[in-house]
Design a protein around this ligand. Structure first.
Ligand code: FES
Length: 169
């Protein structure tokens, strides 16, 4: 890769306000072996830097490690620990397993949508929350269950959603 291409890539990150993360990524890739032997580890560290793995990061990793982009993309797609969408500071998991669904988890999802304007898989504009629906988390006796960050909230009513979210900033 020539100097001009490197500068073009740097500009892409800088125009997105990611100059600091870009420098960290370059430092990381400078120490990475070429080839895919430690690809998962590198992607994991890159995700820690950016919070997720957008296409531009995957492209840069592929170039620098001299791996086809398709290989990087397939690894990122295969492992659930990798995310290609921006993650919020907190993940909200609303259980939509049978017990929780029967007890109103859809109302909770609707209320979260009203409050934050996000559907499952999306992140709020202020980057505070990423919403996910999830299968039974094994706490059916507490249905409906909502997990925010590391906190498990049971018997949640949709009217409580606003107050619940306000506890996280
Ligand atoms: S169905 Fe929600 S915890 Fe089991």
């Amino acid at each position: 890769m020539n100097q001009q291409q490197t500068e073009t890539i740097a500009k892409i990150f800088i125009t997105r306000g990611e100059e600091k993360q870009y420098r960290e990524l370059e430092d990381l890739l400078a120490t990475a072996q070429q080839g895919d032997s430690n690809l998962i580890d590198i992607l994991h560290q890159a995700q820690n830097i950016f919070g997720y793995l957008p296409r531009r990061v995957q492209v840069r990793v592929a170039e620098k490690m001299e791996i086809p982009f398709s290989k990087v993309y397939s690894v990122v797609s295969f492992y659930s620990l990798f995310s290609t969408t921006k993650r919020g500071k907190y993940t909200i998991e609303v259980c939509t397993g049978t017990a929780c669904y029967v007890k109103g988890s859809q109302d909770i999802l609707d209320q979260i949508n009203d409050e934050l304007g996000i559907e499952p898989g999306q992140t709020s504009e202020d980057d505070r929350f990423t919403l996910q629906d999830t299968r039974c988390v094994g706490a059916c006796g507490m249905a409906p269950v909502v997990i925010i960050g590391d906190d498990v909230h049971g018997r949640v009513k949709s009217e409580q959603v606003s107050e619940l979210l306000s506890q996280y900033d």
